[in-house]
Design a protein around this ligand. Structure first.
Ligand SMILES: *Cc1c(COP(=O)(O)O)cnc(C)c1O
Length: 359
């Protein structure tokens, strides 16, 4: 397929964002979160570029194996832990650290013979109510893990539900709950995701777990990455494949519900929801054409979108269009589509070729 669409990944920007984490949380080790194909940016190139991170976190064993198969020997953490003893044995063989978030996973560790001890991150539920043991069980779990004689300290972790919100009450409540649960227990601690790294220094502790900020987007709904000292890593580019002179009253695209108020040029850009551009992006969502912001018009199709070219009257077929990235913050498109940057990145489809710069 020779569509002009591609996602350019700037690995220098990725490394700069990692340094931003180091600058903001200088006393903490960094567990770089690269689950879900590195938030859509490509597992292996991203993992290689993050060689300075202290560890890489993925959701599950398959993701970790993809990295190990590519020769990446950085420490890796499985954020959901292991589902069965076979997975646990493989995790030990591959020297992966595992989350333990429930009794079943602890029992599995107690019963399974492993080629080498695995490092455990004990996840305590402090209010997210997704994964994690009850805070009251932390002491017993910690003692049972110590009794395994693994010789590696258990990392004590929790995950925050609302660190991205300006109302800090839930975060403060979760941190208090965590501190009470682990009082007196030995071992490194880990609480902070990107929002907490930037907004709650008291959560930095021994390990921080940045995800979205590494990719240059803000975890907060009221700022963009640049305002947090971050650089966009992905620039999603395509081209104008048609320009037409529409008449006042013409409608654009499916449903015919967007109508030209006057005679105007309308451009067609080769990208659609089949590529991962959000179908719910509202008219007015910005697109960069020839370096100028122009508004989306009409509905997003599978392979195409239409834009109002009144602001760039000399635009022509073959002109560059940027959907998000450099000079067009992904947060603006997330806002226009009623979603978050995380989802836009993760939902790019296999149709979008990735190209890497500054490896
Ligand atoms: C995904 C994830 C993170 C990273 O979150 P961001 O908001 O992207 O920084 C951190 N910790 C855990 C447990 C996660 O699942």
């Amino acid at each position: 397929m020779s569509r002009p669409l591609r996602a350019e990944i700037d690995l220098e920007a990725l490394r700069a964002n990692l340094h931003r984490v180091q600058a903001v949380a200088p006393g903490s080790r960094i567990m770089a979160v690269i689950k879900a194909n590195a938030y859509g940016h490509g597992f292996v190139p991203v993992a290689r570029a993050l060689a300075d991170a202290d560890g890489l976190a993925v959701a599950c064993l398959d993701e970790a194996l993809e990295l190990r198969d590519a020769g990446i020997d950085t420490p890796i953490l499985l954020l959901e832990g292991c589902l069965d003893p076979a997975e646990l044995m493989e995790a030990a063989r591959q020297d992966l650290a595992v989350v333990v978030h429930c009794e079943d996973q602890l029992r599995m560790l107690e019963k399974t013979r492993l080629v080498r001890p695995v490092t455990v991150w004990l996840k305590i539920n402090t209010g997210m109510n997704r994964l994690g043991i009850d805070p009251a069980e932390a002491r017993v779990f910690h003692a049972r893990l110590a009794a395994l004689g693994a010789g590696r300290a258990t990392v004590l972790m929790t995950h925050l539900a609302a660190a991205d919100e300006r109302d800090v009450s839930m975060t403060e409540q979760q941190v208090r709950c965590f501190d009470e649960a682990i009082a007196g227990l030995a071992g490194p601690q880990s609480i902070a995701n990107s929002a907490a790294i930037l907004g709650h220094p008291g959560t930095h502790r021994d390990w921080v777990r940045p995800g979205i900020m590494l990719y240059g987007a803000s975890p907060f709904s009221d700022t963009i990455g640049a305002e947090e000292g971050l650089l966009p890593v992905m620039t999603l580019r395509s081209e104008l494949i048609a320009v037409r002179e529409c008449r006042a009253g013409d409608t654009i695209g499916y449903g015919g519900d967007w109508r030209c108020s006057e005679d105007m040029p309308v451009g067609v850009v080769a990208i659609g929801y089949g590529d991962g551009y959000p179908r719910h992006a509202r008219p007015g969502t910005p697109v960069l054409v020839g370096g100028r912001r122009v508004p989306l018009v009409g509905r997003v199709s599978m392979d195409m979108i239409a834009v109002d070219l009144r602001g760039v009257p000399d635009a022509a077929v073959g002109d560059q269009a940027v959907l998000w990235g450099r000079d067009l913050p992904v947060e603006a498109i997330a806002e226009g589509a009623g979603t978050i940057s995380y989802e836009l990145f993760c939902r790019l489809t296999r149709r979008v070729p990735m190209s890497y710069r500054n490896a």
